[in-house]
Every structure is written in C-alpha cells, then in structure tokens.
Design a protein around this ligand. Structure first.
Ligand SMILES: [Cu+2]
Length: 141
C-alpha cells in the first residue's frame, strides 16, 4: 500500500517534469539543442541536419564506421567555446579545429554557431574527404 502510494507520487512528479520540459521546448528553441549527424563510411562524409539557427546550442555527432582513423575538422567551431568529446577525452576551447576519430568511435562537438554561412568540413588525413554544413535559417534563437 505504502509502496504503491510512493510510486504514484513519483509518477506524478515525472509527469510534471515532462510537462515543464514540454513548455520549455514550445516557448523557446534556445533551450533546446539542434543537431547535425555525420556518418563516416567508405572514406566519405554523409551528413544529415535540421535547419540550423544562429546563436543556438548546436551538437555535431560524428561516427566513424571505417576501419581507419579519420579527422573531422571545420572552421565552424572558430569563435565559439566548443566542448569536444572523443575517445573518452573531453576538451574545451575557443580555437578547436576538430578531432581525430578512431575506427568504430565517435566524436561529439557542442558549440554555438556565431555567423551564418556555408561551413566546410574535411579530413586532414584524407584531403579528398569533404562535406559542408549549411545555416539554412538565420532566425532569432
Ligand atoms: Cu579520413
């Protein structure tokens, strides 16, 4: 009986948390993150992205499905405090240029895009590997 009571209270608490989170999402996108997913396979970058906004928290996930080490480098990180997680190592900086990604591993970049435009990314190990990220929406975040 007592256990049941606690459980239902916890459930209500969870629903309240989800409700507040939902209100936060609908009120302002600045609270949520925008994503770019990059898959590296057969020495190619394959990226999928949502329309990106300026000055919003942005996450780039890069997964290396190849059997060799690759690099994801871009000027998109310049002038933004960037947090990089790769191979269990976390680094911070304003001058992050990218990260190396071991076979089967992934790297995650957390940052804010400060200027609109077309941003290229590339692998410094294999200069033929290139891709680009587009800032489709320049709406206020
Ligand atoms: Cu490469």
């Amino acid at each position: 009986m007592r256990l049941k009571y606690i459980t239902s209270r916890m459930l209500i608490g969870l629903l309240v948390v989800i409700g507040i989170w939902g209100i936060g999402l609908s009120l302002g996108h600045s609270q949520s993150e925008q994503y770019v997913d990059v898959l590296i396979k057969d020495f190619e970058f394959r990226s999928t992205q949502m329309p990106l906004q300026l000055n919003a928290q942005t996450v780039i996930n890069v997964v290396n499905k190849d059997e060799v080490r690759h690099d994801f480098g871009s000027s998109i990180f310049y002038n933004s405090n960037t947090r990089v997680e790769s191979g269990g190592v976390i680094a911070y900086g304003n001058d992050v240029g990218g990260a190396f990604i071991e076979p089967g591993h992934k790297a995650t970049f957390h940052f804010v895009i400060r200027e609109s435009g077309r941003y290229h990314f590339q692998c410094s190990i294999h200069p033929d590997m290139k891709g680009e990220i587009l800032l489709i929406s320049a709406g206020t975040a």
